[in-house]
Structures are given as structure tokens and as C-alpha cells.
Design a protein around this ligand. Structure first.
Ligand code: AMP
Length: 278
């Protein structure tokens, strides 16, 4: 497995792979089985797998956890090597943003202001600004994203379509802990005590899904049930819950099978996101 920090060296190496189908997985490191499932999918579908590990400062808000974001580069590299990843790109901030005070930003208006964008107004701008740079550096044929970040996946697909990027976007289902909690690098912030309560997020989403299957319930009922349940659980505080049409990301006021419930819930200080298909 080759490791690169410099764009030039990475690109020289990638030039030698020009006959191969390049699969790319952008990550912020502190890898878990969610990330690794994307790597496995890329290995299956493409000939040459590139993973980036970059804690992207522009997607963090002023009072967010940029400084404390979990890091475990040694273990990450071991895991990626075990899976047979061909190449890892680990740039530093200067490489990606050489002029940090004046850099080109990518926005996907409207969609970036909804749902997660309400609490994190600059988040999706940061995501698109880094992902487009990484796409332009690596020029993958196919890039892999998790459905865990459902709004992010939608926005990346929209950016790729709007900008005519010749990249196929492939997604992969949410990987969960045994107790149902969606895997996330930020789960490392949770104490064992907090985890006991955090798992309620998925348990209750699943409860709603089961009920909906038997007899469709209304938008308001779903929202109220979830709000009430979460407000009664220690450590948990609802950020938002909504139900969206999974192809348009529009709110689905008359929920139907195939729609997604999107939510973000604070467990003490840690903000956790999750979603489920109805
Ligand atoms: P991150 O390192 O958090 O930026 O995530 C990198 C990629 O991994 C994104 O495409 C995420 O959607 C995906 N990902 C993160 N957690 C999970 C999970 N539990 N299951 C599936 N994919 C995930």
C-alpha cells in the first residue's frame, strides 16, 4: 500500500494506473467498520482503491470538535492494508487549502440549508469544497459514500450532476454496532453509560418503521412519537427529526414506503445522526 501526502507524488503514481478503474473513498480517519464496508465495496467494484484520510477543517463550525476529532492513523493504515487498499492519500491542511483565508467554495444552495444544515449552516459547503478538490486531485471513476450521512450523499450526487463530473457515486448501507447504534468516529466520545441510552435512537426508529409497516401513521404522529420518546431518555436531546422523499430530499408530509426518516440527536454533548427507510 502506497501512502502519499503530496498531490504531485500521488498524481505521478496514479498516472501509472491509467488503464485501471479507480475507486475512491474519502474519510476523516478514525476508521470503523462503516468506513471499511465502503472500502470492501470499492475493492469489489473497481481495480484500484484510493482512500483519503483528511480531517477537513472547513466542514467544522466555530464551536465544533475540529481540535478533538478522534485520530488513529497507525491503526487506520493497518486496517486499510489488511483490506488490500492500493493507495492512501493523507494531505495536510496547507495542501488542500494553500490560501486558507481566500479559497474557492462550493455550495449546493437550498439543500445545504435543510435538516442537518439548520444546526450546521456551513457544513455542506465544507463537505463539497473538500470532496470536489479530492475528486479533482484523484480523478476517480467511482466514489463511495455511506447512507449514514444521507443528506451528504444526496448533496454530493447533486454536485456531481450539476458540475458534469464524470464520476459514478455509489452508496452503501449504514453499518451498526450490535446494539443498533450507527457506527461513527464520534462514538468514541461516548461513555459506556451514554451508549446505553444512545442506542435508543435506532431502537425507536426501528419501532416506528415496524408500526408504519403494519398501518401507515401520519407525519405528525411519527414526529411527535419520536420527539416524546427522545425527550424522556436520559442524556438525549433532539436536534431535529424529519421525513423526506429519498429521491428528492423534500419533506414528505404524507409519508410513504421508501421515504427516509432523518434525525440528529445529542447524547450529552455528542451529536449523533441516524436515518431509516420507512
Ligand atoms: P467520515 O470519516 O465520517 O467523513 O465518513 C467517511 C465515509 O464513511 C462517509 O461516506 C460516511 O457516510 C461513511 N460512513 C460513516 N459511518 C458509516 C456507517 N456507520 N455506515 C456506513 N458508512 C459510514
Amino acid at each position: 500500500m502506497q501512502e502519499f501526502q503530496s498531490v504531485e507524488e500521488l498524481q505521478n503514481y496514479l498516472k501509472q494506473q491509467s488503464n485501471k478503474k479507480i475507486g475512491f473513498i474519502p474519510t476523516m480517519g478514525a476508521l470503523h467498520n462503516g468506513h471499511l464496508s465502503l472500502v470492501e465495496l470499492a475493492k469489489e467494484k473497481t481495480d484500484f482503491t484510493v482512500v483519503s484520510i483528511f480531517i477537513n477543517p472547513t466542514q467544522f463550525g466555530k464551536n465544533e470538535d475540529l481540535i478533538t476529532y478522534p485520530k488513529n492513523i497507525k491503526k487506520d493504515l493497518q486496517e486499510l492494508m489488511k483490506l488490500g487498499v492500493d493507495c492512501v492519500f493523507i494531505p495536510n491542511q496547507n495542501t488542500i487549502y494553500p490560501t486558507p483565508d481566500h479559497f474557492t467554495e462550493i455550495t449546493v444552495p437550498h439543500y445545504e440549508t435543510l435538516y442537518c444544515g439548520i444546526t450546521r449552516p456551513t457544513f455542506f459547503k465544507g463537505i463539497c469544497s473538500v470532496v470536489l478538490r479530492l475528486f479533482n486531485i484523484i480523478k476517480p471513476n467511482e466514489a463511495f459514500f455511506g447512507e449514514k450521512d444521507f443528506q451528504q450523499l444526496f448533496i454530493i450526487k447533486k454536485m456531481v450532476k450539476d458540475l458534469f463530473l464524470p464520476i459514478k457515486i455509489t452508496s452503501s448501507p449504514i453499518i451498526r454496532e450490535k446494539n443498533g447504534l450507527a457506527m461513527s468516529s464520534r462514538n468514541a466520545y461516548l461513555t459506556n453509560e451514554e451508549i446505553k441510552y444512545a442506542k435508543e435512537i435506532f431502537q425507536y426508529l426501528s419501532f416506528i418503521k415496524r408500526n408504519f409497516k403494519n398501518s401507515p401513521i401520519t407525519y405528525n404522529m411519527i414526529i411527535t412519537l419520536f420527539e416524546t420518546h427522545i425527550s424522556n431518555i436520559k442524556y438525549l436531546k433532539l436536534d431535529y427529526i424529519d421525513i423526506v422523499d429519498s429521491t428528492s430530499l423534500k419533506p414528505s408530509k404524507s409519508p410513504k414506503h421508501g421515504d427516509r426518516i432523518l434525525t440528529a440527536v445529542y447524547c450529552n454533548k455528542t451529536r449523533l445522526i441516524d436515518n431509516i427507510t420507512l
